[in-house]
Design a protein around this ligand. Structure first.
Ligand SMILES: CC(=O)SCCNC(=O)CCNC(=O)[C@H](O)C(C)(C)COP(=O)(O)OP(=O)(O)OC[C@H]1O[C@@H](n2cnc3c(N)ncnc32)[C@H](O)[C@@H]1OP(=O)(O)O
Ligand SMILES: O=C([O-])CC(=O)C(=O)O
Length: 396
């Protein structure tokens, strides 16, 4: 289905060579025009949300108002907190996130209104209400999972009404004191927010939403698509793979040793995580933006894991070209997104895709609002049996 034009998706468009544009704006454009949090420099998640939903760049005041609204709605219902607390800490954080998001549909405005019997033309208002409530609650849910799985000794902070969405998330994760990590999370979450409609997570939200499932269960389904290693889970896999490489190579890192490790991975029949893409045919501009963040901070430049990720990106494209299979031998966003988290102390890499999941809600949910506003139909493509396919080929 590569290249098949089959969906309407307003918020962003992906060009194979140039990468993503959000309502026409490139990542550097967004970094210039989208408001940052007070005291910060990186664009906020809510300014990206505003842009994705409306196509307009919000003023700093509008962005702050949205932060205040999200903080106001940010606490988890008790029964969801209890549900998450009852899960074994050995259950993957992404499974927990998907379960928590699905359970939030208890309070779905769309589902309740549908049961009451509303007009099609009113679907979007209740969808919007659910989407905003879900985005508001994701930090408390995701932070609770982190606390339960990795730091059960810590108590959880409540939502701070004066902080932006990611400021609150970082605070509840226990990293509020680390302004560098909080800023990185702002950039990370804004950047991963949308990647047009055909990627597996956004497409899943769109498909499930097309059955008029409410936004909570539509996005829960999307999260389970994101949890696959060929998609969002690749950022966890990259860290695991780079740490294994680091262990094998030791302190004397060289391009030749990295090359040997890459070939070892390829010859064992595995993919190189963080490289290749279904659409992109150049280095991912999200990769470049996160690398620029690293280059602007001396402590990151001297970090061994960040250096190893950078050196791998210098070697891997030639190895993948020689290997000759992948259509895109360049790094995607997942090649670098986890190493900064690791450097700043968020070392539990099985958690990384949860952060991606908090982010992808921005795009996938705003497009659900538009899908309901525009009355888009049930998605139902045609499938063929092997027999029918053979007949089709013979007759053509
Ligand atoms: C946020 C994101 O989701 S970004 C993507 C994150 N995923 C990864 O980084 C995982 C590694 N990359 C991959 O597996 C792939 O490049 C994907 C899944 C991203 C894209 O898949 P496709 O569109 O099928 O890629 P492409 O058309 O280039 O694949 C052709 C062949 O090259 C292989 N290939 C592609 N990328 C890689 C890679 N990084 N390492 C080794 N082989 C690769 C494919 O497995 C396929 O092999 P096959 O013919 O034996 O089945
Ligand atoms: O676009 C894709 O297929 C995968 C991707 O990079 C994303 O969803 O962010």
């Amino acid at each position: 289905m590569r290249g098949l034009k089959a969906m309407l998706w307003e918020a962003s468009v992906l060009d194979p060579n140039e990468g993503i544009r959000f309502h026409g704006l490139t990542i550097p454009d967004c970094q210039k025009v989208l408001p940052s949090a007070p005291g910060g420099k990186e664009m906020t998640a809510e300014s990206m949300l505003w842009l994705l939903l409306t196509g307009q760049v919000p003023s700093p005041e509008q962005s702050r108002q949205l932060s205040a609204e999200l903080a106001e709605k940010g606490e988890l219902p008790d029964f969801v907190a209890k549900l998450i607390d009852s899960l074994p800490n050995t259950l993957h954080p992404m499974t927990q996130l998907g379960m928590g998001v699905a359970a939030l549909n208890h309070d779905s405005a769309f589902q309740a209104a549908y049961e009451r019997g509303i007009k099609k033309s009113d679907y979007w208002t209740h969808t919007l209400e659910d989407c905003i409530n879900l985005i508001a609650r994701l930090p408390a849910l995701a932070a609770r999972i982190y606390r339960n799985v990795y730091h059960p000794e810590n108590s959880l902070l409540p939502v701070d009404k004066n902080l932006d969405l990611v400021g609150n998330y970082s605070n509840m994760l226990g990293f509020g004191h680390n302004e560098h990590l909080t800023e990185y999370l702002r950039l990370y979450i804004a950047l991963h927010g949308d990647h047009e409609g055909g990627n597996a997570s956004a497409h899943t939200a769109h498909l499930v939403g097309s059955t008029l499932s409410d936004p909570y269960i539509s996005y829960s389904a999307a999260l389970f698509a994101l949890a696959g290693p060929l998609h969002g889970l690749a950022n966890q896999e990259v860290l695991r793979w780079q740490l294994a490489m680091q262990k094998e190579i030791g302190n004397e890192v060289s391009h030749d040793k990295i090359k040997d490790y890459l070939w070892k991975t390829l010859k064992s029949g595995q993919v190189v995580p963080g490289y290749g893409h279904g659409v992109l045919r150049n280095p991912d501009p999200r990769f470049i933006a996160l690398q620029e963040f690293c280059k602007s901070r001396p402590e990151l430049q001297s970090s061994p894991i960040i250096q190893l990720v950078q050196q791998t990106a210098e070697v891997a494209p030639d190895v993948l070209k020689e290997h000759g299979k992948t259509k895109n031998p360049y790094p995607n966003v997942d090649a670098t997104s986890g190493c900064v988290l690791h450097h700043y102390g968020l070392t539990e890499f099985k958690y990384y895709t949860v952060i991606f999941g908090v982010s992808r809600a921005l795009g996938a949910l705003t497009q659900l609002v538009w899908a309901r506003a525009l009355g888009l139909p049930l998605e139902r493509p045609k499938s063929y049996s092997m027999d029918a396919l053979e007949k089709l080929i013979k007759s053509s």
